[in-house]
Each structure stands twice: as structure tokens, then as C-alpha cells.
Design a protein around this ligand. Structure first.
Ligand SMILES: Cc1cc2nc3c(=O)[nH]c(=O)nc-3n(C[C@H](O)[C@H](O)[C@H](O)COP(=O)(O)OP(=O)(O)OC[C@H]3O[C@@H](n4cnc5c(N)ncnc54)[C@H](O)[C@@H]3O)c2cc1C
Length: 386
């Protein structure tokens, strides 16, 4: 494929889904001079899928698996480049305090990734953590790990920045246009939308919670969970970002909870990472609150962040798209290698979207990535298609 070949109706790469991943893929390909058409059923950044709600945690000492760390190092570099290009702060290095039993999933996983990749972390007793951050609580038997090189990204602003740069570089962005079906063979790919038929050499499918619909002929066991974000009043300044309060992630006997310091007087944002209601087909419409989820979050606050007022200021619904092992799918389809799939980000994918866009572009153009992504292969779920 020649990135500088003359313009024709057929483009080099079609990208379906312009949320976190798709917006970054548009930008990565456009930067290399490829002719790209990106399509979304809504007008991103929007509130229907998985990339909204003000902020997303970004961290490097990855408890989920040390294999993610090289991807994260590249993701940090790419976010920095994007910030420079759009002249806007997208990443806020507040630090992240991870709290729980020292032999639990989180703390032992953070320590393992940090040791394998020589990443700086600070481990402290719970008592020391409470002295440093008055306003937190936890069992005396727990510990805390502070990762200074962690913080949050402004989620909608990141999607908007990738799309803005992609448009500047000539990507045709089609919004409020839904892909109905796609077809691939050795000559290329074709998609049918409500309005038109489009052809290209390659297709990148990054449909977020709608991935199962886009991949309906593949037996990929994705599960969509409805999740909830809450913002609570903070009468005390102890949770303020201006006072140095960090992002936090707790492993508790009733599950994982995480949140963000009060910034711009919006209140403390908190959510339950565990749990969630299964949604068989993500509805195209408004999210609905879940009183049971809210009750658990307020019990968490009362126990571990007791200075937060339980006066709810804001709420938002969102979707996680889970794979059975909770690791991403990032691969070409074995029987259609001109189709790249990025799916099943399992509730921890946003921080990676800058690098996932770049890797998706490499898979589409070169057929492989410079980064090691074997552990994210789609083949682990495809049984007979292997
Ligand atoms: C409450 C919550 C908190 C989270 N917290 C964190 C966090 O702190 N850190 C972190 O790293 N990650 C976090 N995540 C996960 C992260 O936000 C997601 O993994 C990531 O945003 C997913 O991006 P995506 O591009 O796959 O999906 P989306 O951003 O949802 O994009 C998919 C897009 O595809 C479009 N689409 C789908 N089907 C079609 C079609 N047929 N035709 C046209 N368009 C289509 C949709 O309209 C949508 O715009 C969180 C997620 C949630 C819900």
C-alpha cells in the first residue's frame, strides 16, 4: 500500500468506532499519510459507550500483568506528544495510592510489575499512609503503595484531541453513521452503513461495547457490564487535588473501588471496579442508575474515606466490555488478516488508547507490531478458527 497514492473512492483504511481506540487509530494512520475514513454511530466524544465521565486513571506498575508495562511506557510518550500538538494538558500527574492486603491481587501485582520493569514505587504501612493523607482509613494489616508517576487523563478531551488532529491531517470523519455489516476477502474490505457502501484495503474494528455485534460471526465470549460513576460533595479540603490528594485504588473484602481527587470543585469521583450488571445488547439510549451499586459505594466511602459527605452531586453510567480473562483482544482476524480487532478492554483500557491506536495502525499496515502483544491474541478465544 502506498501512503501517497492518488485519491480514489476507495481508501486505505476504514475505522469503525471513534471512541478511545478508534480516534487514536485515525490519528496514528493519518500521521503516516494514509487515507482513512472513520465512522461512528454517534458523534464522539459522546456519553453512550465507554469513553466519558471526565477522568480515567493512568498508571505504569500494572497489577493486571507486567506484560502491559512496555505498552504503558509507549502510551505515556504518545499522550505527551498529543498534549504538545494540541497545546492542552490532558494528563494530570496526581500520583496513585493503591491500598489493600500486602499479599492481595493489587499490591502484590503492583510490586511484581515494578520489580520486573524497575519502576519507582513507595511502599508504606497503612498508619504512615493515613499520616500522609489524612482523610483515608484502612485496616492496620494493610499497606499502601504510592506510584508518583500515575494520575489521570481527561477522557473526553483525549478523544476530542485525537479526532481534532486526525481531521487536520485529512481523515474523513463520518458521525451519526452506523455500520450494518462488513465483508473481507483477499481483494480488500467493504462495509455497509445506513447511508453508503465503503471500500478499503484494511478495516479496523474498535466498536467498544458493540464489539459482539460487529463480530457476530466469531465466537468471542465478550460480556458487557453496566457500570456507574459518582461524584460526592467534599466539605473537607483533605481530598482536594490542590492539597496533593492522589487518585486511589482500594482492594477491600467487598471488592475493588477507585477514585479521583476533588478537582475544579467538582467533588470526589468514586466507582466500584468489581461487579456490574450484565447487559445483553448495549441499548442505544440513556443509562439507568443502580441503587444497590450506589449503596455499596457509599458503604465504601463511609469506611475508607469518611470525610466525604454522602451528598451526591453527579452520576454517570458507562460500559465495561469484558473478556473471560480480562485481558484485551488486539489482533488481526485469523481468517481475514486485513481486519484488525481491538476489543474487550475489560474496564482498564483507556490509559492505553494512544498506544492501541498506534498498534492497530501497525497491524493494519505491516501485519505485526513492534511491541510484544502476543498475550493479547484473539486466538485464545477462537477455538476451531485457530
Ligand atoms: C466507569 C468506567 C471507568 C473506567 N475507568 C478507567 C480508568 O480509570 N482507566 C482506564 O484505563 N480505563 C478505564 N475504563 C475503561 C476505558 O474507559 C475503556 O476501556 C475505553 O474507553 C474503551 O474504549 P473503546 O474505544 O474500546 O470504546 P468506546 O470509547 O465506547 O468506543 C466505541 C465506539 O464505537 C462506536 N460503534 C460501535 N459500533 C458501531 C457501529 N456498528 N457503527 C458505527 N460506530 C460504532 C460507538 O458509538 C463508540 O463511539 C473505564 C470504563 C468505565 C465504563
Amino acid at each position: 500500500m502506498n501512503p501517497n497514492s492518488a485519491t480514489s473512492q476507495r481508501c486505505d483504511v476504514l475505522i469503525v468506532g471513534l471512541g478511545g481506540v478508534g480516534s487514536a487509530a485515525c490519528y496514528a494512520l493519518a500521521k503516516q499519510g494514509y487515507r482513512v475514513v472513520g465512522i461512528d454511530q454517534f458523534d464522539p466524544p459522546h456519553r453512550m459507550g465507554s469513553s466519558h465521565g471526565d477522568t480515567r486513571i493512568i498508571r505504569k506498575s500494572y497489577f493486571e500483568h507486567p506484560n502491559y508495562v512496555p505498552l504503558l511506557i509507549r502510551a505515556y510518550e504518545l499522550w505527551k506528544t498529543l498534549e504538545f500538538e494540541v497545546d492542552k494538558q490532558l494528563y494530570f500527574p496526581t500520583g496513585l495510592l493503591e491500598i489493600g492486603p500486602p499479599d492481595g491481587v493489587v499490591l502484590s501485582g503492583v510490586a511484581r510489575s515494578a520489580a520486573e520493569h524497575s519502576l519507582p514505587i513507595e511502599t508504606m504501612s497503612m498508619q504512615k499512609a493515613i499520616e500522609r493523607y489524612p482523610g483515608i482509613a484502612g485496616s492496620d494489616a494493610w499497606q499502601a503503595i504510592l506510584e508518583k508517576d500515575a494520575g489521570y487523563l481527561l477522557v473526553e478531551e483525549c478523544v476530542a484531541a485525537h479526532l481534532q488532529q486526525a481531521r487536520k491531517l485529512g481523515v474523513q470523519i463520518r458521525v451519526n453513521e452506523r455500520m450494518l455489516r462488513w465483508h473481507a476477502d483477499k481483494h480488500g474490505v467493504e462495509i455497509q452503513t445506513q447511508r453508503e457502501t465503503l471500500q478499503a484495503d484494511k478495516l479496523i474494528l474498535c466498536a467498544g461495547p458493540w464489539a459482539s455485534q460487529a463480530l457476530s460471526s466469531y465466537p468471542i465470549p465478550l460480556k458487557v457490564l453496566r457500570k456507574h460513576l459518582y461524584w460526592y460533595e467534599c466539605p473537607s479540603a483533605c481530598y482536594s487535588q490542590d492539597q496533593g490528594f492522589p487518585c486511589f485504588f482500594y482492594e477491600t473484602p467487598s471488592g475493588y473501588y477507585y477514585g479521583f481527587p476533588d478537582h475544579s470543585r467538582q467533588g470526589l469521583k468514586v466507582a466500584r471496579h468489581s461487579g456490574g450488571q450484565i447487559v445483553s445488547d448495549p441499548p442505544i439510549g440513556q443509562h439507568t442508575p443502580d441503587p444497590q451499586d450506589r449503596r455499596l459505594v457509599e458503604e465504601f466511602l463511609a469506611s475508607y474515606l469518611p470525610e466525604v459527605s454522602l451528598q451526591l452531586r453527579n452520576w454517570s453510567g458507562c460500559y465495561y466490555t469484558m473478556t473471560p480473562d480480562e485481558h484485551f483482544i488486539l489482533d488481526r482476524l485469523p481468517d481475514a488478516p486485513n481486519v484488525v480487532v481491538v476489543a474487550g478492554l475489560s474496564g482498564h483500557g483507556f490509559k492505553f488508547t494512544s498506544v492501541l491506536g498506534q498498534i492497530a495502525s501497525e497491524l493494519a499496515i505491516e501485519g505485526h507490531s513492534k511491541l510484544d502483544i502476543d498475550f493479547l491474541s484473539i486466538r485464545r478465544f477462537l477455538g476451531s478458527l485457530r
